[in-house]
Design a protein around this ligand. Structure first.
Ligand code: NDP
Length: 330
């Protein structure tokens, strides 16, 4: 093993931040139980915010970017892992308060480390990444609140993005009817190939709405927030559930209590970052059985470690289709 490793480092400055590829000694990696030789990472929306500096994601300086990683265990202070194990880790403060996955080596706490499920490669695990694992958490939230394929259709917002694409593929495999809301109607064929039955233009949902609308869907996977989420809630069927995980349109929620008190709608919040281990294991076990790998492969755009600095901010423009996967090991 080399004494040094390569990483994308965010450094806070008086004017904001600088981001650069740097060579660091492995002995600087001190925070965690499991040393991993990173092979693949990915670009999620939060990575775009961190690398561009559009939001203060990195709360320490210097900070290694990358909220996800997959690779091989080199050493472990935790009995559950041994050298040679293939593992993944999502979130848990990586790129925020702990050094993350845009690095050839990483040391992470054991809590978020999961052995790669049977049938999922390190590259595919990162094609899933935090976006896909969050999509799975949203689907589990719908199931846990009693939404079934017989309940009625499911609305997926931000459909052509990472969370949206994986949510559609998962829901389709499980037998749901899916209404995909997108600003990119030119991606209709892609969304239908993932399993969407109906495509709606996101402008239908992104403007000012009424407290209650016509009942249209039994459940929602929303990665958009703001007026879109408010309108999605307002058109949820009696007794339905809305899984809210994102803020691509905005962090506000200009809604009213009407859907909750007149239709018994449930708003289920979904957080992937600090999700306990049991929930992570449940989500990854379900991803292994319920995500069709040929659909996942169709979502992948691969970028090299050299190109991640340029590629990460592009996700904020909402033009990335599916998932950006980063080839760290080369
Ligand atoms: P992507 O950029 O891949 O997808 C977001 C999608 O939202 C876009 O592709 C676009 O879809 C749509 N969108 C973008 N801007 C707007 C807008 N102004 N109005 C309406 N729709 C818009 O990001 P991810 O899928 O990685 O993440 C989506 C969201 O989920 C982010 O806010 C992210 O922070 C959040 N998230 C939260 C997690 C959690 O733990 N709670 C974990 C992972 C993600 P289209 O072109 O189809 O309209």
């Amino acid at each position: 093993m080399s004494d040094n490793f390569e990483a994308i480092v965010i450094t806070k400055t008086d004017d904001g931040q600088t981001v650069a590829r740097e060579t660091l000694p492995v002995s600087d990696l001190t925070d965690g139980d499991v040393l991993v030789k990173v092979e693949w990472s990915t670009v999620n929306y939060k990575d775009g915010l961190a690398v561009s500096g559009a939001a203060p994601i990195a709360r320490k300086s210097p900070m290694i970017a990358g909220i996800d990683l997959a690779g091989e265990v080199v050493e472990s202070a935790d009995d559950r892992f041994k050298p040679g194990d293939k593992v993944l880790a999502n979130g848990y403060g990586m790129s925020e308060t702990r050094w993350g996955g845009y690095a050839t080596m990483a040391r992470v706490p054991a809590e978020p480390v999961i052995k790669l499920p049977e049938g999922i490669s390190a590259r595919q695990a990162m094609a899933v990444g935090t976006a896909g694992y969050t999509a799975m958490l949203c689907v589990l939230a719908l199931e846990d609140h009693g939404v079934t394929p017989q309940s009625g259709p499911i609305l997926v917002t931000g459909a052509a993005g990472g969370v949206g694409s994986v949510a559609i593929a998962l829901l389709a495999k499980l037998g749901y009817t899916i209404i995909a809301s997108t600003g990119r109607v030119e991606e209709a064929d892609y969304l239908k190939s993932l399993g969407a039955s109906e495509i709606i233009d996101r402008s239908e949902l992104s403007g000012d709405g009424r407290p209650l609308g016509k009942e249209r869907w039994a459940g929602v996977v929303d990665s958009v927030g703001s007026k879109t989420l408010a309108n999605a809630i307002a058109s949820t069927n009696y007794g339905g559930t809305v899984a809210a995980c994102g803020l691509a349109q905005g962090g506000d929620l200009p809604s009213s209590v009407m859907p909750f008190i007149l239709r018994g709608v449930t708003l289920a919040g979904v957080d992937s970052v600090m999700a306990p281990r049991e929930k992570r294991e449940r989500a990854w076990a379900r991803l292994a059985t319920d995500l069709e790998m040929n659909k996942l492969d169709a979502m992948i755009n691969e970028v090299s470690f050299d190109d991640v600095l340029e590629a990460a901010p592009t996700i904020l423009q909402g033009t990335v289709r599916g998932r950006l996967v980063v080839n760290i090991a080369g």
